[in-house]
Design a protein around this ligand. Sequence first.
Ligand SMILES: Nc1ncnc2c1ncn2[C@@H]1O[C@H](COP(=O)(O)OP(=O)(O)O)[C@@H](O)[C@H]1O
Ligand code: SF4
Ligand SMILES: [Mg+2]
Length: 328
Amino acid sequence: MTLLQIEDLKVHFPVRTGRFGGGKGTVRAVDGVSLSIDARETLALVGESGCGKSTLGNAVLGLAPVTAGTIQFDGQDLGTLSTAARKRLWRDMQVVFQDPVSALNPRRSIASSIAEPLIIHGWSGSIPDRVTELMELVGLNADQRTRRPQALSGGQRQRVVIARALALNPRLIICDEPVSALDVSIQSQILNLLMRLQAELDLSYLFISHDLSVVRHIADRVAVMYLGTVVEDGPASAVFSDPVHPYTQALMSAIPLPDPSRRDRGDRVLLQGDLPSPLDPPSGCPFRTRCPLAEPRCAETRPALTPQGPGHRAACLVQDRNPGGPPA
Ligand SMILES: Nc1ncnc2c1ncn2[C@@H]1O[C@H](COP(=O)(O)OP(=O)(O)O)[C@@H](O)[C@H]1O
Ligand code: SF4
Ligand SMILES: [Mg+2]
């Protein structure tokens, strides 16, 4: 069952440009993205910093303006619902951001932070019991309830944030770089926690990360973003083992390999140059200014996502395995 369905979503920000701010421009942060997440599924949204991942997540949560396109949650179009109905749906979606320090009020005990959404939304049962239950669910000792966030480690603080996100029994959690601020040794503990919670509570995740080695553990499907568009998506196994788009291939070859004998791979594709400005994206294929395979035609035509294998799509004129086939 599809829980979240996004169709041709655009989020454009009007900005002032030029040295004195006299010009006007448009940042095309998200520029025509379609994706869906099933119940109990993890979709990883990956790509370099600035490609529009957080803006997409924020648009789903109502924290960034939707310029065009639709967002449906559980079959209901967020854009056409009444404000009250939309607020009810947003209760089923929660977010875990990168930085648990700024997410928690330093003056509140962790029990009081976890209780906050329960109080706001009028939890019908015992709030202290629910807080204890949530703390145990995320692997926190209930003895720690009176502690302040400063007294906890980074990993424990992120557990508090996750407990609070779970308070109202959400169905979708948007995890925006949830382990990027944590030590590598702690990262896998939090990833394992998220996977256990998914199985126990039937959660869906939109898991945003610039770090593919993190995504590999947790994703069922992967969508690769570049300059506001999805350039490849598909089952994680296909995207990791058999990437089609030159950008995905470059990201994959940059993942550090644990096995030193394989570190010298000949297939390493280095990403050259910086991400172009989303204020002034290249014509044709957005990746062409950094693509090792670019041809003159790549400047003329913007490639569409086309089928490359079961559930696997990519947007590249040159690498297309099914040229002339129907668009995805
Ligand atoms: N409120 C805003 N106003 C103008 N530009 C923005 C705003 N929010 C994000 N952007 C721009 O949109 C682009 C995508 O940003 P973001 O979604 O944060 O990327 P990511 O999460 O992939 O790092 C960036 O160029 C960023 O500067
Ligand atoms: S369409 Fe051309 S520029 Fe774009 S990724 Fe494919 S080969 Fe590279
Ligand atoms: Mg971000």
